[in-house]
Design a protein. Structure first.
Length: 317
């Protein structure tokens, strides 16, 4: 099957919906979640390729919170490629060491890249991932990140966080080609800036090694294979992460059951969620009501009464 010029082997991602409108819903849900709230790193507020390149190189070995003051100080001192190119290399390396930014080679490469931009590109930053890869010390990942965040001109980013998200959400096997293919498929055409920011934010905030699906309001719970199955292992999380309880798994089962039946009265839903469901037991109507009301608060289901006064849960579509 071919879609938007990309070869699709659906066997590579059994849980990736194939209907175009559902793919659109998946994309919209993630972008809306990201735009409603995200960590406010200063390099997310700029489209200047030099500033973004500096942030990417610094972030390779340093925690993001610690990168912020170093990034600001670096740009105060060398605000543009020409300033950096004119600097003494020893001063740049000295800055790197004094801010504990990891291997000094990165400072040398950054200095060299600024020189290339001034001398080889006449001060004009290259705009495509291929051209950006020609810069000293800029590998495919960084080139793509700069092309995306500065020029909205990149491919889908695939890093450890993105692999974890795609593996859990769409059951993508632990295979680099499959990750690349599915990452490209889910990214909306021509929206690499917002999309790559959003999916990396999802991996950093909601879908960490111990996922925080509900508290972080993950926008993909409705489609997520791991949320439905309760298996949250991932390529970088070989052991099932421990949770404070199994409530998430039961929530996932409610969603998957309602996907199949659309709507069910609580006493019909309950036995499909727990084998030990008994209307008046410990895990009975009261327990299940709490569960579906939580899901209603998250806009995933609606809860109403039918003509006989029984509580009915319905999947919100
Ligand atoms: S529902 Fe949970 S496991 Fe699935 S993508 Fe969202 S955060 Fe990750």
């Amino acid at each position: 099957m071919t879609q938007e010029g990309v070869e699709i082997d659906d066997g590579d991602a059994p849980a990736l919906p194939t209907a175009p409108d559902e793919r659109d819903a998946i994309r919209t849900a993630l972008v809306e979640w990201y735009e409603a709230d995200h960590r406010d790193f200063p390099w997310r507020r700029t489209e200047d390729p030099y500033e973004i390149l500096v942030s990417e190189v610094m972030s390779q070995q340093t925690q993001l919170d610690r990168v912020v003051p170093a990034w600001e100080a670096f740009l105060d001192r060398w605000p543009a490629p020409a300033d950096l190119a004119a600097a003494e290399r020893g001063d740049v390396v000295g800055f790197w060491s004094s801010h504990s930014l990891g291997y000094n080679n990165r400072a040398k490469y950054l200095h060299e890249a600024a020189t290339q931009i001034v001398e080889d590109y006449d001060g004009e930053f290259p705009r495509t991932p291929d051209e950006l890869s020609e810069l000293m010390g800029v590998g495919p990942y960084t080139a793509n990140a700069v092309a995306s965040f500065a020029f909205n001109n990149g491919e889908a980013v695939v890093d450890t966080n993105v692999k974890r998200v795609l593996h859990r959400a769409f059951d993508v096997p632990d295979d680099d080609d499959a990750f690349e293919r599915v990452a490209s498929l889910v990214m909306p055409d021509g929206e690499s800036r917002v999309w790559n920011n959003a999916i990396m934010e999802l991996g950093g905030v909601a879908c960490g090694k111990t996922p925080d699906c509900d508290t972080a309001g993950c926008p993909w719970r409705e489609w997520c294979h791991a949320y439905e199955s309760g298996d949250f292992t991932a390529p970088d999380v070989p052991e099932q992460p421990s949770f404070e309880g199994s409530r998430r798994q039961f929530r996932g089962r409610v969603i998957s059951t309602l996907k199949e039946f659309d709507e069910l009265a609580l006493d019909d839903l309950g036995p499909r969620i727990r084998v030990d469901y008994a209307p008046n037991g410990e895990y009975g109507r009261e327990w299940l009501t709490g569960l579906v009301e939580d899901l209603a608060d998250d806009d995933l289901v609606t809860v109403d009464e039918d003509d006989d006064g029984a509580t009915v849960a319905k999947l919100r579509r």
